[in-house]
Write a protein that binds this ligand. Structure first.
Ligand code: HEC
Ligand code: HEC
Length: 146
């Protein structure tokens, strides 16, 4: 019993020691500000609107969205994106049609409507903000344009 007590005291003490390290010693992307202070507000990022769309890096890459997405709601019944990208609407709306793969079930059966596997568009297609990356990298595309 006594031994257990000693061990417990040790554990409790070590918590205090760890807690004594100040936030300033920890390098983080947030900067050297204390956890309890508010971080410096970042500038509002601008959404990138790219006419003609973004270049793709590889054939199966879901193309990035070259326009705003916040206005378009996707629920179980309605899909705001299909108002322009749907098979029946794309011509009138002068928008690119969803990929052919979007009509296939997992057993490769072709459906009339977009498959439930491809219903939540923004799960794969992301809009882009013009920002400086927090961590720079040297990635280079293999250069597949669409
Ligand atoms: C008001 C019509 C409209 C709506 C609604 C709309 N889009 Fe678009 N979208 C367009 C047009 C037009 C383009 C082509 C822009 C260009 O290439 O200049 C486009 C381009 C795209 C592309 C790029 C395709 C490519 O081959 O590069 C993606 C991905 C996309 N939209 C996804 C979405 C998603 C996801 C939503 C819903 C959150 C959505 N769009 C809602 C009109 C629309
Ligand atoms: C599970 C991931 C996924 C989801 C969900 C998804 N897509 Fe895609 N999308 C892709 C991929 C991958 C491609 C490129 C290859 C292809 O066409 O299958 C693509 C291609 C596209 C293209 C370009 C088609 C072309 O012929 O160049 C458009 C437009 C598009 N998607 C719109 C949408 C819309 C609108 C939705 C929602 C109804 C959606 N996608 C849902 C993965 C997805």
């Amino acid at each position: 019993m006594k031994k257990t007590m000693h061990a417990m005291v040790g554990v409790v003490l070590s918590f205090f020691v760890v807690g004594a390290v100040s936030a300033g010693d920890v390098a983080s992307l947030r900067g050297a500000s204390d956890l309890t202070t508010k971080a410096v507000k970042t500038k509002k990022a601008k959404l990138e609107k790219v006419s003609g769309g973004f270049e793709r890096t590889w054939a199966e890459q879901p193309p990035m969205v070259p326009h705003e997405v916040d206005k378009y709601r996707i629920s179980i019944k309605n899909n705001g994106c299909l108002k322009c990208h749907g098979a029946k609407t794309y011509e009138k709306e002068k928008s690119p049609k969803v990929g052919d793969s979007h009509f296939l079930t997992r057993d490769d059966k072709r459906l009339e409507k977009v498959s439930s596997r491809r219903w939540f568009c923004t799960q794969c297609h992301a809009p882009q903000m013009s920002l400086t990356p927090l961590v720079s990298n040297t990635f280079e595309t293999v250069g597949r344009s669409k």
